[in-house]
Write a protein that binds this ligand. Structure first.
Ligand SMILES: [Zn+2]
Length: 152
């Protein structure tokens, strides 16, 4: 059973259900990537979606980043991903990686930036997932939001 607060709209509800399903899927394949694997993954994503044009000098996990899922410093070619993404579905991690890779090509979040991201078919779903995570963390007494069992 997945409990949903009565005040959620239908869209929020669907989003929440997706988050819970994704969490279950993530638990099945829970295995944190190391920094080397993360860099290799970024290389492959760049190859697949951006024709290899985005070439980060470094890609790594950081634990001091709690307000952003990912960040990058284009001048240095460095990409940092929040450790909070660890354990989330692969497509979500891939989206954040692609997002930061795209910033190596296009700064800011203008139309050209999102045009790059449309190459990745799960952009919208990943964004919804991350919004759901944030929303869940703000809701008290929601199963799963603070590491409780999602099954009731
Ligand atoms: Zn961005």
């Amino acid at each position: 059973m997945v409990l949903i607060p009565a005040r959620m709209s239908e869209a929020e509800e669907q989003r929440w259900v997706n988050v819970m399903l994704d969490k279950l899927a993530a638990q099945e394949s829970k295995r944190a990537l190391g920094d080397a694997e993360l860099a290799e993954r970024a290389r492959r994503l760049s190859e697949q979606y951006f024709g290899g044009r985005a070439r980060p000098a470094s890609v790594r996990w950081v634990t001091n980043q709690n307000t952003r899922w990912g960040s990058c410093t284009p001048a240095e070619g460095s990409i940092r991903l929040s450790h909070r993404l660890q354990g989330m579905p692969e497509y979500v991690v891939d989206y954040v990686l692609l997002h930061e890779l795209a910033h190596l090509l296009v700064p800011g979040h203008g139309p050209r930036f999102w045009e790059l991201l449309t190459a990745y078919p799960r952009t919208e779903r990943a964004r919804g997932y991350l919004e759901g995570v944030v929303a869940a963390e703000r809701l008290p007494h929601v199963p799963g939001a603070r590491g409780e069992s999602p099954a009731g």
